[in-house]
Design a protein around this ligand. Structure first.
Ligand code: GYE
Length: 334
């Protein structure tokens, strides 16, 4: 498996460097000529980091991981919070380019609309690392690598649990879905992976699906509306713990028992989510690790030196049942 991944990555890298040579953009050699993006004379590195926002427990843990790892790696971090707005991220990236940071890392709030600003960074020979979320740019020379989870796989794991849970049922299973931020990679992919797996059996019906923007407040609000218009909900699939936790409040408010009257599947496995799982209010959580900081700093050092890095670095993740949550809860870091 590992060998297969390295072979794929190598093939990708070869394609990338060929494309960079052909375009004459110089992106393949950013940082290697010592002019720009190669660190200070003393080898110091400044990273401009544009974070999505502070919408969830996952995001808080991710920010902490990035800030602590930068300190440990001796990297100066210029941190900017975009408050879930793409225009703020574009402004932050432009300002990092103007400040001539050595490397830019960012977690794109949505997938589309990045080509222009990424081209500006490339022209300034400042390498870019995508962290956590992907962009849909056709030109993959616009960034050096993408570090983060496989969100389609996460959606599939959620669907597989559901298929197993209802394997002896022939009746229709009514599902409501709380989607993440519209247009974001995790919302698009978690939806697609889940739909693919449950789509194999027509008894599974998604009767309502709407965004809750990855926040607790929105999760609660949208679940209240779902409950009003759909008297017969069997399952809630929430694209993150926070929306699931908000929805639990709505379900309890409607006099129903979360985890029993309505089964709940979420993604992330942050501490509050794991607590609700151990308490029986959530039934299954697909893990998505926010601890990307150490790997991000390693990749940053390499791209600044002009070394080759894998085009894609996938985070390792697992899943949790209620029993497993009880066992690991006390040692959960975030
Ligand atoms: O699942 C959610 C957060 O991009 C993986 O963003 C991240 C997602 C995470 O707000 O809680």
């Amino acid at each position: 498996m590992l060998k297969r991944i390295s072979a794929l990555v190598l093939a990708g890298l070869t394609a990338m460097s060929v494309a960079a040579c052909g375009s004459g953009s110089g992106s393949g050699s950013a940082g290697s000529d010592g002019a720009d993006g190669s660190g200070g004379a003393d080898g110091s590195i400044t990273m401009g980091f544009s974070q999505v926002g502070a919408e969830s427990g996952w995001r808080t843990a991710n920010t902490k991981s990035v800030q602590e790892s930068a300190k440990e790696a001796g990297i100066t971090l210029k941190f900017s919070d975009a408050q879930q707005k793409q225009e703020n991220q574009i402004k932050a990236i432009r300002s990092f380019v103007q400040q001539r940071v050595d490397v830019i890392a960012f977690s794109p709030v949505v997938e589309s609309g990045w080509d222009t600003v990424l081209k500006e960074a490339q022209n300034a020979k400042i390498p870019v690392i995508l962290t956590d979320r992907a962009v849909d740019s056709k030109d993959t020379t616009l960034y050096k690598t993408f570090l983060g989870s496989d969100f389609v796989e996460e959606g599939k794991k959620a669907g597989q649990w559901l298929v197993e849970e209802y394997k002896d049922t022939t009746e229709t299973v009514n599902i409501v879905e709380l989607q993440g931020t519209t247009g974001s990679a995790p919302a698009n992919d978690r939806k697609a992976g889940f739909a693919e797996v449950i789509g194999a059996d027509p008894k599974f019906k998604i009767i309502a699906s709407q965004t809750g923007d990855f926040t607790r407040a929105k999760g609660k609000e949208v679940m209240e509306a779902f409950l009003k218009s759909n008297p017969d909900i069997d399952v809630l699939y929430a694209h993150n713990d926070d929306m699931g936790l908000g929805a639990i409040e709505a379900i309890e408010g409607a006099g129903k028992t979360p985890g029993q009257d309505i089964k709940i599947i979420t993604v992330d496995a942050v501490k509050d989510g794991m607590q609700a799982l151990a308490d029986g209010k959530i039934n299954f959580i697909v893990e998505c690790s926010p601890l990307l900081g150490p790997q991000l700093m390693d990749l940053a050092k390499k791209v600044v030196k002009g070394e080759q890095v894998p085009a894609r670095v996938v985070t390792e993740e697992t899943t949790f049942t209620q029993e497993q949550a009880k066992q690991v809860l006390s040692t959960r870091q975030y």
